[in-house]
Design a protein around this ligand. Structure first.
Ligand SMILES: NC(=O)c1ccc[n+]([C@@H]2O[C@H](COP(=O)([O-])OP(=O)(O)OC[C@H]3O[C@@H](n4cnc5c(N)ncnc54)[C@H](OP(=O)(O)O)[C@@H]3O)[C@@H](O)[C@H]2O)c1
Length: 246
């Protein structure tokens, strides 16, 4: 199937439904998706069960699905979730969440096979440390662009990289609204990810194309250095202002 056909089959119905729903109902109308969550660490344990609660079908991709932590996660997720190899997990998925170590995204993405037509949600951060012990951004470009290059037919959306896993589970626990910045080159994919984030209780803002991803990843560098230095804790809330039409 060529890229145009994949795009039309996947996104036109979604856009139509979304526009209709937001115009007529003023509310999000998320489609039930099959979501492959690759990795079974903190982010997977946060997002997987939350997405399952929303009615999505969850399949975890693990290097070893027999690990006790994976068995426990599948049990906790319920709703028919299961775990398998990463390659099998992505096979029937509409959406792939790459909840994996930030410095391994190229290898891990390449190992997943053909991801054409799928939305990849990228919450990763390419974290390193400098000689003074401060966290730094270690990608020459950004993780999101590295993932897109490794899966050229997929629609990569950077999302959830700027919040901690506890906040992913319960945004309200922070005492106010939180914004998930979104960047990506496919508008319809960003709409889908915005719906998912909204359904989890977040606000979202579209900050443009994937080439802006390094700036979004930089937001986490500020957040984590502040946290480990014992600074005033904060979360990102980007207040939307009226458009200046003049
Ligand atoms: N923790 C947070 O609060 C948070 C928040 C926002 C963004 N992030 C970013 O999200 C990504 C995932 O974070 P995380 O905290 O969930 O990481 P994590 O707890 O270390 O889990 C990563 C998972 O990736 C899988 N994996 C695949 N290949 C691996 C390898 N070679 N070595 C180790 N693990 C491998 C593992 O699952 P299997 O054993 O099942 O294969 C592992 O559980 C990171 O890039 C991080 O920067 C984290």
């Amino acid at each position: 199937m060529d890229q145009v056909t994949i795009y039309l089959r996947r996104f036109l119905p979604r856009i139509a439904i979304f526009l209709l729903a937001s115009g007529l109902l003023g509310a999000s109308l998320a489609t039930a998706e099959t979501i492959a969550v690759i990795g079974t660490g903190d982010v997977a344990r946060a997002l997987g069960p939350e997405f399952a609660e929303l009615g999505h079908s969850i399949v975890y991709g693990s290097r070893d699905a027999t690990q006790q932590k994976v068995v426990d996660l599948v049990t906790k997720t319920g709703h028919g979730a299961y775990a398998t190899t990463p390659v099998k997990a992505v096979d029937g998925a509409d959406i792939v969440v790459l909840a994996v170590p930030g410095m391994l995204v190229k290898t891990i993405t390449e190992g997943l096979g053909d991801l054409s037509g799928k939305i990849i949600i990228d919450p990763t951060n390419p974290l390193g440390k400098d000689e003074n012990g401060f966290f730094i951004h270690r990608a020459a470009t950004s993780n999101a662009e590295i993932i897109q290059a490794a899966a050229p037919g997929a629609f990569v959306v950077k999302a959830f990289s700027t919040v901690g896993w506890r906040t992913m589970i319960d945004p309200d626990s922070t005492g106010g609204p939180i914004t998930i910045p979104l960047v990506g080159d496919n508008e319809a994919a960003k709409v889908t990810v915005a719906e998912l984030a909204s359904d989890l209780g977040f606000e979202t803002i579209d900050l443009g194309p994937l080439r802006h991803a390094a700036y979004v990843e930089g937001m986490l560098i500020l957040w984590i250095n502040n946290r480990y230095a014992g600074g005033q804790p904060f979360e990102y809330y980007l207040r939307k202002t009226p458009r200046n039409e003049s």
